[in-house]
Design a protein around this ligand. Structure first.
Ligand SMILES: *Cc1c(COP(=O)(O)O)cnc(C)c1O
Length: 379
């Protein structure tokens, strides 16, 4: 009976089946070389990923979290500094700030795009502001053109958290601005479920200046530009060759997969519009001029928790990104925020639901998801 077949929130096995032969060949190439840490696979991946992103420079590292940490370390962020960011993101965004002893300054998000409200960023700037970390959440870019010129005038660097937005872009006049184009640094994650995922942890920092890429390269390898000469204490955050080889294969297909995600998103949009559920459920909004890459398809739903349980009973797996805002996380107490300070983000934590979304999702599966949602609200 088809009702019994589970619909996962993402399905990496279906994706692997499409590229298995290419992956095996790439992995075999690395195994034959017996060269596992850094090396030509990593530098080729950096070159190819930078070309795709139209980024002048790219330095691969061990995770998206490390990418953010390395960017902040390259700015010498630490105690006494403030870093402006969003309260509605994965923990790592603000976690990196606190870990370096700096203070996160939160700016609430917009209810439709879920991204940090650009208008309010400049109001949050103080003489202590070291950087701004906007997050391009769920695959959609922030309107950075609204703040980048003013921040540049004040010499405040932007670190773009691009972990969920590989391949996203946004028009600026008739120019295509890709993820990481506005920032001094653009930080990517290749966690397996991201739009471009490795088969383990991996990340990358994009930047423009040679000096910045030199510093990041040094910091990712114990602060040593030359073997055994350590200019400063860094991290061990190298990318390994097996992950780079996997990423090189998957990079060749990522455009197709992003287009498939966008088609799936359009199908959900259409199904919701036709069934008249928009009084109880708000589909995600694609901001004008954006190419949303639908890392997640996140709706806002009335009675979210009950809906999620109901769907689970029908074998449909959904997720809540994110159930707790960052300003009220236990380890953020010293930043001085309280419940009620970020009303939009707090409301979203109670309303958002990520529906099954992956390149291989079938229209029949989406139909089952939408019908089940209708059954929940209309009985
Ligand atoms: C995934 C993610 C990160 C962290 O990436 P890892 O590779 O898991 O360390 C940071 N920020 C955001 C917004 C993310 O989604």
């Amino acid at each position: 009976m088809s009702e019994a077949v589970r619909i996962p929130s993402f399905d990496l096995r279906r994706n692997y089946a499409r590229i298995e032969d290419e992956i095996i060949e790439a992995v075999r190439r690395v195994l034959s070389s017996q060269c596992f840490i850094m090396g030509p696979e990593v530098s080729e991946f950096e070159r190819e990923a930078a070309a795709y992103l139209e980024a002048p420079r790219a330095v691969a590292c061990a995770s998206g979290t490390d990418a953010l940490l390395l960017a902040l370390m390259a700015l010498d962020a630490g105690p006494g500094d403030e870093v402006i960011t969003t309260p509605f993101s994965f923990f790592a965004t603000a976690g990196c700030i606190v870990r370096l002893g700096a203070r996160p300054v939160f700016v609430d998000v917009e209810p439709d795009t879920y991204n940090m409200s650009m208008e309010r960023v400049l109001d949050a700037v103080t003489p202590r502001t070291k950087a701004v970390i906007p997050v391009h959440l769920f695959g959609q870019l922030c309107r950075l053109e609204e703040i980048a010129p003013e921040l540049a005038r004040r010499d405040i660097p932007i670190i773009e958290d691009c972990a969920q937005s590989f391949g996203a872009h946004r028009m600026y006049g008739d120019r295509i601005m890709r993820a990481s184009s506005w920032g001094r640094f653009g930080c990517f994650s290749f966690f397996p479920t991201k739009n471009l995922g490795a088969y383990g942890d991996a990340g990358m920092v994009c930047c423009r200046e040679q000096g910045d890429s030199d510093r990041i390269s040094r910091l990712r390898a114990h602060g040593a530009a030359e073997t055994y000469i350590h200019d400063e204490p860094g991290l061990n955050s190298r990318l390994d060759a097996l992950q780079a080889a996997v990423l090189r294969v998957r990079l060749r297909h990522v455009e197709t997969w992003i287009e498939e995600r966008r088609e799936a998103a359009r199908r959900y949009d259409l199904m919701f519009a036709e069934r008249g559920v928009l009084d109880v459920l708000t589909p995600p909004v694609e901001d004008a001029g954006n190419r949303h890459t639908y890392h997640q398809y996140v709706v806002r739903a009335k009675d979210r928790d009950a809906l999620q349980n109901f769907l689970s009973g029908r074998g449909i797996v959904t997720r809540v990104y994110y159930p707790m805002a960052l300003h009220v996380q236990p380890c953020m107490i010293s930043a001085g925020y309280a419940r009620g300070d970020m009303p939009v983000a707090e409301r979203l934590t109670e309303e958002v639901l990520a529906l099954p979304m992956f390149p291989e999702i079938l229209p029949e599966e989406q139909e089952r998801v939408v019908s089940a949602i209708l059954d929940f609200y209309r009985g």
